[in-house]
Design a protein. Structure first.
Lengths: 343, 538
């Protein structure tokens, strides 16, 4: 074989495990893709911030009047407006807001004067905790169910899994939540109200938030499971799957090793969308379980016309969406050899 | 022959799902294969060749089921043993080489990982030994850089190399039997020879039995000891290769042999202003130059065949002519007047004058449109036909392509055969009443008998309407049948051009010689002789 090493060319594994120049090129390529995506994401967030600002401008009512009540004199209203900076032109206010927001300073609440960053901080932590908790339950469950459903497609298991998932997604969240409360909280297994504060330890937290996390899991599992199943089945007619079958491989190995790697891109994207939903779309569940998350804060802020808080929360939600989709894009790229290893 | 029987299929029946019911697609086939023997299985598409080949592994595709007969492999009836037992044989003792290696290698894994899978899973050898073994087989299959090529992904390797890598993969467990399912059909003539020779040699080295499925007689003649001809799921005849080639008994077999006898009568050299003149065209995709100073003329009523292997710039030339790819320099002159380089700056009438017919009629026709709309749309768009005039025109066009208007006008493409779809492609091009039709590999996806029908039709239409054809092909038999002039391309350049007679008479340019000599002939010794000659020449 010595003669062969002379003619080696192109990609190769070095005996030392060191990185070849070729691998450097691949890495720089991926880095470039990631940088472009990050830049696009920032641009997108900028546009979203404009939209948020413009939309909150459209909200009816006047904060100063709201705060002072109907009986306030026009002079006091004008003075408060001045104090709150409501009289500045919109572009100036937008600039003040955005430049603060990028440094983490969202200003003070218009309703109670507390710093918004402080109001959001703990609640953002709670929201992310709940989202991660639900994701840790739902992602493995939906992947396993999806893969098994694809493996045993049209079997009783497949039909049961599909029917169950569809049933769970068909009911409104609050309904699922109340059913769980009925079954699991009334019987005393789990608390129906989440009383947590920054000092609660992890075990208690997991126990307290189990019901909201389970509700969210039931809501998002169907989507991810069905996409996993569909993406795999879609590939089962490919010539390379037939080749794998003709190599005498077991069905499980065919699905895991030959279909799944090629089905990752759509699955990753659906997971990202659902994770974003877990962060931004959980208002109802938070209300049912009295969970101190961002969703409740936003609802309260809207009803108080606390525009500064609404803007801040909306921007955080947008950032969550954009960054999760960004991560999904990058992961899809990394799992695709055709993009990773150029000709 | 007193060798041990390896595979004995008797009375094999296979059904395929069609609509609600099942239709028999293999109707009682018997087949006997001895150790180390190569059996050629030939027939047109739909003959059941691949289905029989897969059944030899005890396998039926989804939507098919084996309903009768015995498949005795080394004494065991594959139909009687449970699926896990069949799985233990597949890949280990019976292996498969698919038609399109590019589609049959998993894009997510490196070649060597796919190579090692069967030996490791079947417990034949461990991963380290399998890797060493892979490199040895890659060397035997004459793959370039055999030590490295396995560590590439399929998309990083050329089609011919993939096909060889797949043959090596099939050899991994040193099976007793390999099913080759059209292994060279998707390759260029020049690549086909290399793959064919590599397959033949490795099968001999390991004394592996093989079933070689193809629709190309000349190819099977090089590889097979015996040939079995199938037609619509039934055997037509079977004989030793030499006997079969020298004296086919059945009429159908004879028609397969004779199919390439079609040749259009010679035409006098054309004079006057050419319909189309490509003048010094250089084109590039981004920074990669793909065409270099390409020039040729096409006259009315004449066919210019543009030949070369894939990547030689044939289709790119068509893209420049149609305006899809504006050239870097040079121009395209239509009836004496230069055409604007870009598609969007051409007038509707200029667009009408140049039409295209594509290789894959399957994907070139919108599956949701009925033939009436497919053919009617260009007539409406370019000629402004409406109502009754349009209807009459559509019916005339269907008559022209020899499809009965009453039967076909409201059909969808999915309800047509491959040859019929290609006829619709022709009608759609004709509907615009063009002067020039660019035919891009229009017959390569079709069986030989169907090919002949399409070529005859194109020739007839050319006579009736004085059409000019630019015929892109890699198949020299087609060139011989219908071309007036030939342009040979290689790596974006025109290597040689001239009248057909001159092209097929020596002396040739070296590349033309290589192309011409690579066309398989109906002679079992052709490949051996050719390789000897080439070895002596180098």
């Amino acid at each position: 074989m010595d003669g062969l090493t002379q003619t080696r060319s192109g990609p190769r594994r070095t005996a030392t495990g060191g990185r070849t120049p070729w691998e450097d090129i691949v890495l720089s390529n991926v880095l470039r893709i990631i940088l472009v995506r990050v830049a696009l994401g920032i641009g997108l967030l900028f546009i979203v911030s404009l939209v948020i600002f413009w939309a909150t401008e459209l909200l009816p009512g006047d904060l100063a009047t709201q705060l002072l009540g109907q009986s306030a004199t026009p002079e006091t209203v004008a003075a408060l407006r001045d104090q709150l900076g409501l009289n500045d032109p919109a572009p100036v206010r937008y600039w003040m807001w955005l430049s603060g927001a990028v440094t983490g300073d969202f200003g003070v609440s218009m309703a109670n004067g507390r710093p918004i960053a402080e109001m959001i901080g703990a609640r953002l932590g709670n929201t992310v905790f709940l989202a991660l908790y639900a994701a840790a339950l739902s992602v493995p469950i939906s992947l396993v169910l999806g893969i098994l459903a694809a493996l045993w497609r049209n079997s009783v298991f497949d039909r049961m899994a599909n029917a169950g998932a569809l049933t769970a997604i068909s009911f409104p969240e609050f309904f699922v939540a109340y059913i769980l409360v009925l079954w699991l909280a009334q019987t005393g297994l789990f608390p129906s109200m989440v009383r947590i504060n920054p000092t609660t330890d992890l075990g208690d937290r997991l126990y307290m938030t189990f019901l909201p996390a389970l509700t969210l899991t039931l809501v998002v599992t169907a989507h991810m499971m069905r996409m996993t199943r569909a993406a795999i089945i879609n590939l089962m007619a490919s010539p390379y799957i037939e080749m794998a079958r003709l190599k005498g491989l077991s069905p499980l190995r065919i699905v895991l090793r030959h279909a799944l790697p090629n089905a990752l891109a759509p699955i990753i994207n659906v997971i990202a969308l659902n994770l974003a939903y877990l962060i931004t779309g959980v208002v109802v569940v938070e209300v049912v379980f009295v969970y101190p998350g961002l969703g409740q804060l936003m609802v309260d802020a809207v009803s108080n016309r606390d525009i500064a808080v609404v803007q801040a929360v909306a921007l955080i939600f947008a950032a969550a969406y954009v960054s999760l989709n960004l991560i999904a894009d990058v992961l899809s790229t990394i799992t695709n050899p055709r993009l990773m290893h150029q000709r | 022959m007193d060798r041990e029987v390896l595979l004995k299929i008797e009375g094999l029946r296979i059904e395929g799902r069609s609509g609600d019911g099942w239709t028999e697609i293999v109707k009682g086939i018997d087949l006997t294969l001895h150790r180390g023997e190569v059996l050629g299985l030939i027939g047109e598409s739909g003959a059941g060749k691949s289905t029989v080949g897969l059944a030899a592994m005890g396998f039926a595709r989804d939507g098919c089921r084996i309903t009768g007969g015995t498949i005795a492999f080394d004494g065991t009836d594959l139909r009687q043993i449970p699926e896990p037992a069949r799985r233990a044989l597949r890949g280990k003792r019976i292996a498969y080489v698919a038609q399109s290696a590019a589609a049959s290698f998993n894009p997510a894994h490196r070649l060597i990982d796919q190579y090692c899978e069967a030996p490791v899973v079947h417990g034949v050898m461990d991963r380290a030994r399998a890797e060493t073994d892979a490199i040895e087989l890659y060397t035997r299959m004459q793959l370039p850089g055999p030590g490295d090529i396995g560590f590439r992904y399929p998309h990083q390797v050329s089609g011919g190399q993939l096909q060889r890598a797949m043959t090596a993969m099939a050899m991994a467990c040193r099976p007793d039997l390999i099913i080759f399912d059209e292994p060279t059909t998707a390759l260029d003539v020049t690549t086909q020879i290399e793959v064919l020779a590599a397959i033949r040699d490795i099968v001999r080295q390991f004394n592996t039995a093989a079933i070689y499925i193809t629709h190309d007689l000349a190819v099977v003649a090089q590889a097979a000891d015996r040939i079995k001809v199938l037609l619509r799921g039934q055997e037509v005849e079977e004989a030793d290769t030499r006997a079969m080639l020298d004296a086919p008994r059945e009429a159908y077999t004879k028609s397969l042999w004779a199919v390439r006898s079609f040749a259009r009568p010679e035409q006098p050299p054309a004079t006057g202003t050419p319909v189309l003149s490509v003048q010094g065209v250089t084109a590039a995709y981004g920074k990669t130059r793909v065409l270099d100073d390409v020039s040729f003329d096409i006259h009315a009523g004449r066919t210019v065949a543009v030949v070369g292997e894939s990547g030689s710039g044939k289709s790119t030339t068509a893209r420049v002519i149609t305006g899809l790819l504006p050239p870097v320099s040079g121009k395209v002159v239509f009836q004496g007047a230069p055409l604007p380089p870009a598609l969007k700056s051409r007038s509707r009438d200029q667009l009408r004058q140049v039409q295209m017919i594509y290789q894959m009629a399957d994907t070139a026709l919108n599956p949701k449109l009925r033939l009436r709309e497919l053919i009617g749309r260009p007539a409406q768009m370019y000629l402004g036909l409406q109502g009754r005039a349009l209807e009459t025109r559509i019916r005339d066009l269907l008559d022209l392509i020899e499809l009965d208007p009453d039967t076909y006008i409201d059909r969808l493409p999915g309800e047509l055969s491959g040859g019929q779809k290609q006829r619709i492609g022709i009608a759609r091009a004709l509907a615009a009443e063009p002067q020039l039709i660019i035919c891009d590999e229009v017959t390569s996806a079709l069986d030989q008998i169907v090919q002949e029908g399409i070529l005859k039709l194109l020739t007839r239409l050319q006579g009736e309407f004085g059409l000019a054809y630019m015929f892109i092909t890699h198949d020299l038999a087609t060139v011989r049948a219908i071309a007036d002039e030939v342009v040979v391309m290689q790596r974006g350049r025109v290597i040689e051009q001239g009248p057909k007679a001159a092209m097929f008479t020596p002396p040739h340019e070296p590349y033309t010689e290589l192309l011409l000599s690579s066309v398989p002939e109906m002679d079992p010794d052709w490949l051996t002789r050719l390789l000897d000659r080439r070895a002596a020449g180098h």
